[in-house]
Design a protein. Sequence first.
Length: 277
Amino acid sequence: MPNKYEEVIVEITGQIGIIKFNRPKSLNSFTGKLSQETISAIRELNEHPDTVFTVLTGEGRFFSSGADVRGSGLEASEAYANAGEKKLAFLQRFTPALELLRSIIDHKKVFVLALNGPAVGGGAAWFTGVSDIVFASTSCYLQVPFSALGLVPENGSAINFAQSMGVHRANDFLMFGRKLTAKELEEWGIVNRVFENEGFQQSVKGFLEEQLKTNDPKSMMETKRLQNAPLRDGRLIAVVNAVDALAERFVENAPMERFAIKKKEMEAKSKNRTSKI
């Protein structure tokens, strides 16, 4: 099947549909196009007559480094008439992420997250808690620098991580930006299985093919439906609450101020390294 997208790749093999972020040179950072194409691909596989598993993964060494700063609003200098107008502008900017999360929450197939490498920011936070099954490569780690950038846990991740790892561990991870290794993720119940980095994608595919030989497809999808039905509304409310809180942070200019500080620190480090060469 020819790929009809630019920033994601969709592959269908038997009863397994795979969506790959395809911006490896940019560490699969999110853009407006990548978000829109991911939503479209998830909708496509949701209606596919044959697939049982929908796998989300990435091309290259990273799963995703999160938002592409160039389109994040962190360097925006737009003028607004008042705080209300500013908040509406940012709420509109966050709408694609809201729809992306809703499309995963309402997805009918078994949604598998395959973390082929490190995941940072939104790449770490958005998908892990709402996926049905999570696999990670040995090179994977999760880290969210939300507090360092004056942001909040995005798209319901505060609730989703607390449900998976407990409130105290979630606070450590989300508040303080603690980096979690693949081993820790498995021990803490965030990841179902860890596969070797070499041949990771094939290992995931092989494991799922074995499950299809052993288990009835409809039974697996029904298990997913019964597990998720009582969680659905709470997850969506958590996403909406997070989007609202994030927009308020931008109204207060906190992310822009924190980003300016971080940018200066990075530029200073870069100059220091150059001067030593």
